[in-house]
Design a protein around this ligand. Structure first.
Ligand code: MG
Ligand code: MG
Length: 260
């Protein structure tokens, strides 16, 4: 495991990338409405970050050979889709929950963030799912500080989610981020014996992590669809996904994708 620590200048550049991601997701939230396709929503995000000079990191990931890899600028996952949904002709309807994940590079540095957007009027359970997932991320932001083990933060995230009767996705995790979107370490939102033995790490100033709780209203099992990308809940209950790119500072954490 090789964790790259960032300088003050690196962090400024990452914040500049993060600001563009924030703007793109904010625009998606403002403009998403019933009757729109997920491809139209993808285009809004794409236009926002490209007009700011950002380069998308998802299209044709991981090879970046055209025609091979992920076929979209953003990941758009609706209702029981958790992550890696492919933008297309699906029409958004009143009561849908839409997770939009956006990663870009700007000035050589990456920003990665995701939000779940309510389309029209959603149910109390859907609202609770969004609130719990967002609070799991907020809790991590409050708990991050140098000298603490990641497993201690992840334990609190998992306990919070499960105390609300919901489940943490185990197949997908957050990650270090910097000049590349995916750097060491792996940053799970739950704890396992395997992680404690081989993956755990101490938080240090200059670390930059993409923390991204993926929460399911029902049970934790997931299935990958035949398209090879879209991850859905096995029990068809809805999922939510929130992500920020976060720097560890001398005293705590600093969110780089919150628009500041
Ligand atoms: Mg992301
Ligand atoms: Mg990520």
């Amino acid at each position: 495991m090789k964790i790259n620590l960032k300088s003050r200048r690196d962090l400024e550049l990452m914040r500049a990338a993060g600001r563009v991601v924030y703007r793109a997701l904010t625009r998606a939230k403002e403009l998403a409405h019933p009757g729109m396709t997920t491809l139209e929503l993808d285009r809004i995000v794409y236009d926002t970050y490209t007009s700011a000079g950002g380069q998308g990191l998802f299209l044709w990931y991981p090879t970046y050979a055209p025609g091979k890899g992920f076929p979209g600028n953003t990941c758009i996952s609706v209702n029981d889709e958790i992550v890696h949904g492919i933008p297309g002709g699906r029409v958004l309807r009143d009561g849908d929950l839409v997770s939009v994940d956006c990663g870009i590079r700007l000035g050589g540095y990456c920003g990665d963030s995701a939000i779940t957007i309510a389309i029209g009027k959603i149910s109390p359970d859907q609202q609770r799912l969004c609130d719990v997932t967002q609070e799991a991320l907020a809790l991590a932001i409050r708990e991050i500080r140098p000298g603490r083990r990641w497993s201690d933060v992840a334990t609190k995230m998992q306990a919070y989610v499960e105390s609300n009767g919901m489940s943490c996705v185990r197949e997908f995790v957050g990650h270090g981020i910097g000049t590349r979107m995916h750097e060491d370490p792996k940053v799970p939102n739950f704890v396992s014996d395997e992680f404690r033995k081989r993956g755990d790490f101490y938080l240090q100033p200059g670390m930059t992590l993409a923390v991204e709780p993926m929460v399911i209203l029902g049970s934790p099992d997931v299935v990958v669809l035949d398209d090879g990308w879209t991850v859905v809940t096995k029990d068809s209950t809805p999922a939510a996904h929130y992500e920020h790119t976060i720097a560890v500072t001398a005293t705590g954490s600093d969110v780089l994708t919150d628009g500041r």
